[in-house]
Design a protein around this ligand. Sequence first.
Ligand code: NAD
Length: 531
Amino acid sequence: MAIAELPLRPRTSSHQGPFVNEPFFDFRHEDNARKMRAAIERVRGQLGREYDLIIGGQRVKTTDKIKSLNPSKPSQVVGIHQKAGKEHVEPAMTAALKAFASWSRTPTEERASLLFRAADLLRNRKMDYMAWLVFEVSKNWGEADADVSETIDFCEFYAREALRLAKSEPPVQLPGERDSLTYIPLGVGAVIPPWNFPCAIMAGMTMASIVGGNTVILKPSSDSPTIAAKFIELLEEAGMPEGVVNFCPGAGASFGDAVVSHPKTRYVAFTGSREVGLHINKTAATQAPGQVWIKRTILEMGGKDAIIVDADADIDSAVEGVAQAAFGFQGQKCSACSRAIVDERVYDKFLDQLKARVEKITVGDPAENSNMGAVINEGSMKTILEYIEQGKKDGRIVTGGERATEAGEGYFIRPTVIADIPAKSKLEQEEIFGPVLVVIKARGFDHALEIANDTEFGLTGAIYTKSRDKIDRAIRDFHVGNLYINRKCTGAMVGAHPFGGFNMSGTDSKSGGPDYLYLFTQGKSVAEKTG
Ligand code: NAD
């Protein structure tokens, strides 16, 4: 039976209740660790396979290929992918438009049931999906768990949100009229995710799109197309009709650019760097011949996130929070702490304790569940090492500062702490996106807050202090989309911490929050005369 003919299974009773976050595995339990090792071996046996473009349900081959490599072991091919070029934009758009005609009229309950089924399937194969992340982007087990759990959360959360939106309260009723406001889909969206949450962000933007009745051209990052291909397989198994998501790995500058500028592209959901986000914003703002709408852009971009350590902070927990937020997934999170801004009265104590904590971090193959794996690719490793060299001139290396060659052939860099970095310097202002933390000395809380706010970005931030006054000041004046008090600045949870940043960190779309689906719909007001 063709995929499109598969009936969508109805929601199961387990989905009737309120949303709850997917629990993480505790790998201190040997049973969980044993199952994870088995999943890694299962996936290891599937490495190097070839995956096709999927346009309107059809498998398409291309001459050019994308090779996805294991950053911890670049000689190991994770997957070989077809490479969509400009010539594939038109067929993908035609397929997406065709699917839109029926998918946009499919009842919300049915669309939501697709997401619930995808969540169920993913839950059943969670460790295998985690293992793909271990190989494709060098996530350790815990980081891979967080990524796949968030994917499940997005499916469950957006399905419930779509059902809520479909039943939203009627507007004010004028006498002699029946007045309604409904949220209808936009059209065909270009979904362009990054490689760093290659399952959760890719799936989150895609699920929010399709549950609202839109159809999608999905261009995953060239560094992580395999996990996206596995997710599309799962959607097909869950009963997704042909053409609803068209899977097109390809280069950003050719295929990506051409999709963004296509006149029939109705919106772009992008997460990635500031530079590419701004470029997409500009391209999307230009009316193409035949284009009859203003393209909507949902752009989530970079960060230069700071943790403020106040003089009266609990230094032990500040050190732990900074170490985890700076070096989890090798510092390659938009929310990663890349600046610790520390009151001069506790500066030396904080640095001594931080050095001892960071030197306990193990670097190596994440298949063995080391604390830190490799950075994503060679280009990224070179850029990070250049920043470190600059840091040696501008500041003082406390620990790290070089490649971790003993960890193997991969792109391993030691967790690096650079102290005495001046405010406004390059390392204090630019997103490094690697395992590099700069530490800045502040004269006091006001000065710390001033430094924290003085970059182009405004994504996440945290403050460690025991003072209620300072907490209240931070709540008012620390200008970030996601602020954390006395805890680390990474690890946003769907539902509890709607995520998105201010300023050059993006359009503050607040993924995983109650407003997110509005971005993927348009409100239609109808007034019908009754009397
Ligand atoms: P990137 O900007 O290099 O690439 C992101 C995506 O855009 C990729 O799929 C890429 O192929 C595509 N692309 C590149 N050029 C394009 C073009 N001209 N037209 C269309 N698409 C194009 O980012 P990355 O290296 O994949 O990801 C890291 C960045 O993402 C960091 O800056 C990080 O802070 C940011 N990020 C932000 C968030 C957030 O929620 N704010 C979350 C995760 C990552």
